[in-house]
Structure formats: C-alpha cells, structure tokens
Design a protein around this ligand. Structure first.
Ligand code: G4P
Length: 534
C-alpha cells in the first residue's frame, strides 16, 4: 500500500460528494433533485427531471421500460458541480421500479439526504432505506418538505423522525408558519431570515434573504408581523431544548441536521445544499476482506454495485456501475478483475452527467464509472491495479416477495437455468432452489423485478416462463457455528430450506410469526437479513 503524496489526488477527493436521496414515493425526491441540478447548472429548465419520471412511471411492461432504458440509465447517476465541489447524486429508484438496486445504491454513497413530507411524516419506504443506511452508519441530512401545506408542526415532525428512525434531530433552519401562513425559514446558525414567496423561484440568494443580527431586530416585526414573536419564542425554546448540531455525531450517523422548506417552490433548498457541500463527508476509507483502503492510496481500486443489462439488445451488452474507492482512474488502464483472475482494459468507460453520458478520460475516488461487458462482471466484483482486494459491504438483501417459476416451454430447462443464474449474478432477481424440491423460487424486493425477469428470459434466452404463487413472504440466510446443531436444523426444517445461487442456505418462512417461532426454537442459529457477495 502506498499512500499517495499527489496533492491532486487529495484535492480531488476533498471536493467530491457522493450521495443518494432516501424518501417515500411522493415526498418530493424528484422535485428536490431537479432543484439541486438547477443550482448545479446541470439542467437549465425546470421540469426536465420531472418529465423523465412521468414517462418512466407511465410504463409498466418491460418492453416499454426497455425503450426508456437510455434515459433511465442516464438518470442512475447525476454528476454536477456546485461551488468548487463535484457532486455525484445516485438515484435510488422508488415507485414501481423499487428493487434491490435501490438498497444497493446506498452501499456506494458516502452520505444521504432524507426527504420527509411534512404532512405525512416518516413513511414506510424511508424507514426501510434508513435501515440500509444504518448498516454503514451513513451520515444523513434531512429535508422536511412541503411546508407550504398544512402539516405536522416542526416539533412533531422531528419527534416522529427521532422515534421512528432512532436518530437524533438537530434543526439548522426553522420554519416561520406553514401552509397559507408560511412566511419563510430562519437559519439558526447563520442568523439569516429567508422570506417565502410561493411560485417565486430564484437561484440568487440576495433576492430573498434578510440578515438579522439579532432576533430583537424590529425589522423582524415589519417582515413577519405577529409571527415574529412566534419565531422568537420557538428559537428560545430550541436553544433550551433542541440538540445542538454536532458534526461528529452527524458523521457517525447518530444525528441528522434538519432543514425545512418547499422543494416545488425551490425554497430552503439552497440553504441545505450550501451546508451539504460544507459538512457532508468526502470519500473515506472502505473495508475489504483483508484491510481498510484509504481513498488517497496511489493504487486504483473500485467495486461494482449495479449492473444494467440490455444496453444494446443485439450485443447482450451490460453496463456495470463501478464506484471508485482509491487512486486515479484513467481511460485505457489495465486492471485486475480478481474474481476471474483476468486483466481487463478499461477501454470505453462512461461517466454520467445529468442529461447525458460521455466517455471519461480520468476519474477519482467517489466517482461512478460505467464499464461495458458481456456478462463477465458480477455485483460486488472488485477491480484494482495489482493487490488482490475484495470490498465488503455490498450484500444481497432478503427478498420480500416470492414467486415460483413455471416453465411453459418444457424443452428449455437448461436455458432457464442459465438465464436465471445470469439474472441473479446481475442482481436483477434472487433465485432459490428448495433443498427438497426441483423447482425455482424467485425472490425480489420490488415486484416489478418479476415482470422484468420473465420478459428478459424470453428476449435473451427464448424461454417462456410464468409464475405461480408461493406460501413464502420472508427469507433469511442461516448460519451456525455448531455443525451438529446445523445438521439437526437442516434435517428438521428441510421443507423450509433452500439454496441461493451462491449455494448459501436460506430459510423461507410464510410470515414473520413463523420466522420468530423458529428463531426462538433455534437460538444457536443466526437468521440474517443480508448476505455478502463474494
Ligand atoms: P417523489 O419523486 O418523491 O415521488 O416526489 P415528486 O418530486 O414527484 O413530488 C410528488 C408530488 O409532490 C408532486 O406533485 C410535486 O409537485 C409535489 N411537491 C413536491 N414538493 C412540494 C412542495 O414543496 N410543496 C407542495 N405543495 N408539493 C410539492 P404531483 O401532483 O404528483 O405532480 P405535479 O403535477 O405537481 O408535477
């Protein structure tokens, strides 16, 4: 390991921010993304991201998803500059295209922004995504959205976040009123009041901001009327009762700084973005099976966290998304693909801009690079200059939906086998084979994955397949150090056990009740919600 003394490498690391947005559908992720891109100058027109989303969600069958493919790939990673920072925003697909990819993207980020709808509070998908963030203690910044509507009070929203998500909240801005009475936000630390004007969208701070040196300033009464005293009261209360912002706690993932605003009105977004670039972490060290790798090591390394298939149907082309973890990446460089023991040349690496993708000559830790391949790359694969490393923390997530595969073209069982193996290696679907039965059970985190699997089996492997229901709704990987106990467990529970495509043993249960019952009876056995790729 050589730590680079190249100041260019260090500078490039320090100016990079790689993050994802976690939210429940309709909380405002697309709208916020669009505003961030506008500030970054990456798009010039409001509605650019929105219309993309609309066309994406109007599609439900695979072939039309296919037609949209070029677009959805482009929006998988959005790179933009803001001030002197290079920002990589990784899309976490929601709505119908919620899938294991949504979870896995979060293994490739350095921090996340959580969007909460102030009317609805913390919702289900946010809770699930937060669990994934917790696995790596990912720092989370919170944007409480839709303050222009009557919703929960700011204190109620914060206590909902604290109770439901078990993370401490530290407000950095504070709203004045809400709904029709929404007047603006007060930046607690910078002591600036930003006045709200619905529908008025300006990218220039001076259009809306009034600096207030002291809350007793009479201008506050002129600007806010009777709500000036409400703000004074709130801030006094916060000074006594709220958690002060603590950078270390944020970076450890135990505290979330909270911002309030209205994404659709582009209000409160700039304050958050300014704080984000200043306090969100740049690429940091990452663990491998043998050691922790620092981003400023000279030797290049990166891992694959997502594979997009069918970029070009005629060539069975696949695009692997690689997160760079250390060193400088250069087009044309030769790297080691350790799992298959081969050297590969990075001849046509792609980088993703907000509305485009283009060939990239060089990239740095934190950047995401797309590599074309024909099915040789698996999720979790690590590439380096020389040292045989394997990054950890890119797991499979326990599926939440299950289907039994029915082969409608009986002569094609070999192709079915091959197709399913390939799809599982790409992370498109999980495949289980019950130890007692010669059938395939597919598992997914989002149900659209099933439609995609059937359509791809037909298009790429000429296999006609359909689905039957299964009695299962929960899966856990099982481990036990006591081999005798494990053998006993396997024998008595064989009707609920299956092997995944990497031959790992999985327990399939009808529901959480049944799982709990078995867990209680077998305290020596571990039931795991995630399983590492290796
Ligand atoms: P998502 O990506 O998280 O699913 O949410 P998205 O941004 O698409 O926003 C969902 C809906 O919430 C949209 O309305 C959007 O306009 C609205 N929205 C976003 N931010 C705010 C806000 O600050 N205040 C209010 N009042 N609404 C907001 P829609 O009716 O589904 O779409 P549209 O017809 O408005 O485009």
């Amino acid at each position: 390991m050589t730590v680079s003394n190249s100041s260019e490498l260090k500078r490039q690391i320090e100016r990079r921010r790689t993050f994802g947005i976690i939210s429940h559908p309709d909380a405002g992720k697309t709208t916020l993304t669009e505003k961030l891109l506008l500030f970054g100058g990456a798009i010039t027109m409001a509605g650019a991201v929105k219309s993309r989303k609309a066309s994406r969600h109007a599609t439900s069958d695979w072939m039309s998803i296919e037609q949209e493919r070029g677009i959805s790939v482009t929006s998988s990673v959005m790179k933009f500059e803001y001030r002197d920072y290079e920002i990589n925003l990784l899309d976490t697909p929601g709505h119908k295209d919620f899938s294991e990819d949504t979870y896995r993207v979060l293994t490739a980020v350095d921090s996340a922004v959580m969007v909460i709808d102030s009317v609805k509070g913390v919702e289900e998908q946010t809770r699930r995504l937060m669990e994934v963030c917790r696995m790596r203690n990912t720092p989370i910044m919170t944007f409480v959205n839709k303050l222009d509507r009557e919703g929960m009070s700011p204190l109620e929203v914060m206590s909902d976040i604290e109770e439901t998500l078990q993370i401490e909240c530290a407000p950095l801005t504070w709203p004045v009123g809400m709904g029709k009475g929404y007047k603006g936000t007060y930046d607690i630390y910078r002591k600036k009041l930003t006045l709200f004007r619905a529908g008025f969208e300006s990218l220039r701070e001076q259009d809306m901001v009034t600096e207030i040196s002291d809350l007793s300033d009479p201008r506050l009464d002129e600007l806010l009327g009777s709500q000036a005293d409400d703000l004074r009261g709130d801030v006094e209360l916060l000074e006594g009762a709220a958690n002060p912002f603590d950078l270390d706690d944020y970076l450890k993932g135990s505290q979330t700084p909270v911002f309030f605003g209205s994404a659709v009105n582009n209000f409160g977004v700039k304050e958050m973005l300014d704080s984000f670039v200043e306090i969100a972490p740049c690429p940091g060290p990452r663990k491998t099976t043998t050691r922790t790798v620092s981003p400023d090591e000279e030797e290049f390394s990166g891992f694959v966290f997502k594979i997009q298939a069918n970029m070009d149907l005629a060539h069975r082309d696949r695009l692997a998304f690689m997160r760079i973890c250390s060193g400088k990446f250069q087009r044309g460089m030769k790297v080691k693909h350790h799992r298959i023991g081969k050297d590969i040349t990075m001849s046509n690496p792609t980088i993703f801009m907000a509305q485009d993708r283009e060939l990239v000559d060089e990239a740095w830790p934190g950047d995401i690079v797309g590599i074309h391949n024909h099915g040789t790359i698996k999720i979790g694969d690590t590439f380096t200059d020389k040292e045989p490393l394997q990054y950890t923390g890119i797991p499979s997530f326990a599926p939440e939906h299950f289907r039994r595969v029915r082969l409608d073209s009986p002569m094609k069982s070999k192709q079915l086998h091959k197709g399913l193996l390939q799809l599982s290696e790409e992370g498109a679907i999980q495949v289980f084979r019950p130890i007692n039965d010669n059938i395939f059970i597919l598992g997914a985190v989002g149900v659209l994955q099933f439609d995609v699997a059937v359509a791809r089996l037909k298009a790429e492997y000429s296999v006609d397949a359909s689905y039957d229901s299964t009695p299962y709704s929960v899966a856990r990987w099982v481990r036990c150090d006591d081999l005798k106990k494990m053998a006993e467990f396997e024998k008595t529970q064989q009707n609920n056990l299956a092997k995944d495509s990497a031959d790992q043993l999985v327990y399939l249960a009808a529901n959480n009740w049944d799982l709990k019952y078995v867990e209680n009876h077998w305290p020596e056995v571990q039931f795991l919600k995630t399983c590492e790729h290796s």
